[in-house]
Ligand binder design. Structure first.
Ligand code: GAP
Length: 483
């Protein structure tokens, strides 16, 4: 019988401890007590993360002849953030409880309270939500503070109503610079693409429509940074901006929504784990937006955003930089291209894959195994090679196989434990294939291959090892289904 451990109440705790004990995720600066919402990727975490990046990069840059890559800097001229609206608009509200010293988003605090204390269709609930959204729109924060008092909302930690005033808070990290103006750590990678629009257009000689893809770190001073890898202060984004003629906005918006949704489904984590959610509250730069949501262990949440950014950014950069960001249409009229942006959080994809793949399986003999059933093409280690025993020339044969093919695949060689124990170690890090050299190998040039998911074993010729690894772990099978 198999038990899916996602049903476990303490699943996130189990997930984090499995990730730590098996070299996937460590808390940053752990020796000094850690740093809130910042994590390090360990020896297997970095491999899984790199494979996710490769899956995305190939799907964007390899499979589209009109999409190129970019790696722009994290630090940019402060005018970038003035023009993009991040200095003025990228704000959150916060309120502190003076007793617990805990910090909250006041609108979320109210929404949670109302959800828990009023029935679904109650008139009072509707009135409160209407008042809240009106006050948010009008930036009437003192009314939101009054609402918290009127509803008698207590801090869930201290149980008191000892609240501070509501404050406004910019989510960018500012770096104090002595010589130049203050600098910011970028809160999105897209501005590096916008600011290089002319460089890329000229040097690549591409015509509209074309796209630019980038993977890189972003930083946000999140107030409520919880839920493991979900909301981080330092994270990685995989963003692609597709520059189009304004008349074709609808067509390309639909195209990218479909392709991006399919990209997720091909991970085979379960079709019912994804849904689309259309934005009602748009980001300051967007005219339309859709989120792809994933059913994380704490419910459906955004994993990727697809936005119509129109000419918002290039227009603002034109007016602040005095540079032109224009192209010509077939009638020789110039225009600022519109943009469809696809923006995916790498750490969230990692969390989605990791949390959906981790299982405790009850075996027929009454024992259990912990197994990470990752999509095989993303597994940190593609195959492990073991000698059955540490003598009689078996290690030498196993090492020879390992050395011959290690240039093509991330492999593991081990002879440090019994075969059963070695299989369990590889199950825990999601290695899809284990090859074992035994006494029959010496006579017949064959090895056993053991499959992670079924634990079934088969005897195959040594020559077939690369083919089997390719077949089980290659990117090709997945990518060719995308188009
Ligand atoms: N350039 C558009 C943009 O940044 P966003 O919806 O704010 O849009 C895009 O972010 C994606 O980045 C999100 O769907 C999410 O996957 C990821 N993301 C955003 N904030 C994050 C955070 N604090 N921690 C981890 N991932 C985050």
């Amino acid at each position: 019988m198999m038990i899916k451990n996602q049903e476990n109440k303490n699943f996130i705790h189990f997930l984090a401890s499995h990730a730590k004990n098996n070299g996937f995720i460590f808390s940053s600066s752990e020796i000094y007590g850690g740093l809130n919402a910042v994590y390090d990727y360990g020896q297997y975490g970095v491999e899984l993360k790199n494979n996710i990046k490769e899956y995305w990069w190939r799907s964007m840059v390899f499979l589209h002849k009109n999409i190129v890559g970019l790696d722009s800097s994290i630090l940019m001229h402060p005018n970038i953030w003035k023009a993009s609206g991040h200095i003025d608009e990228f704000n959150e509200l916060l309120i502190d409880n003076k007793d617990s010293k805990k910090r909250y988003c006041p609108d979320i605090l109210i929404k949670k309270y109302v959800e828990n204390n009023f029935s679904k269709c109650s008139k009072r609930k509707k009135e409160i939500f209407f008042r809240l959204s009106k006050s948010l729109k009008e930036k009437n924060y003192s009314d939101i503070r009054i609402l918290i008092d009127e509803l008698n909302i207590c801090d869930p930690v201290s149980g008191t109503k000892n609240w501070t005033k509501i404050r406004y808070f910019n989510m960018m990290f500012k770096i104090k610079e002595e010589i130049e103006k203050d600098l910011f750590l970028r809160p999105e990678t897209s501005q590096g693409i916008f600011s290089n629009f002319n460089n890329i257009k000229k040097s690549s000689r591409m015509k509209i429509p074309f796209g630019v893809a980038q993977i890189g770190k972003s930083f946000r001073n999140e107030i409520i940074a919880r839920q493991f890898l979900f909301r981080l202060r330092e994270f990685e984004q995989m963003e692609m901006l597709f520059f189009i003629h304004p008349n074709e906005e609808k067509k390309w918006y639909e195209y990218w929504k479909n392709i991006r949704f399919k990209w997720h489904l091909l991970l085979k984590l379960g079709d019912n784990k994804y849904k689309l959610s259309y934005h009602k509250n748009l980001a300051h730069y967007a005219s339309a937006g859709t989120d792809i949501e994933f059913n994380f262990p704490f419910g459906f949440k955004e994993i990727e955003g697809i936005h119509c950014r129109r000419d918002f950014d290039l227009k603002k950069h034109e007016s602040l930089s005095n540079k032109k960001f224009r192209v010509f249409d077939s009638n020789k009229n110039n225009y600022i291209p519109y943009v469809i942006e696809t923006s995916l959080g790498l750490d969230r994809v990692f969390l989605a894959i990791f949390s959906s793949s981790l299982e405790i399986e009850k075996l027929e003999n009454g024992t259990e195994r912990t197994v990470l059933k990752l999509p095989s093409f993303l597994s940190p280690v593609k195959a492990a090679i073991f000698p059955l025993v540490k003598k009689d020339g078996l290690p030498e044969i196993a090492k020879k196989i390992f050395n011959k093919i290690k240039i093509n695949y991330r492999l593991v060689y081990s002879q440090k434990a019994s075969i059963g124990k070695l299989y369990r170690i590889q199950d825990a890090i999601g290695t899809p294939l284990c090859f074992t050299v035994d006494y029959k190998t010496v006579e017949t040039n064959t090895v056993t291959v053991r499959y992670r998911d079924t634990m079934k074993q088969k005897r195959i010729h040594i020559k077939k090892i690369p083919d089997i690894i390719d077949k089980v772990t290659g990117f090709e099978q997945v990518l060719k289904e995308l188009y």
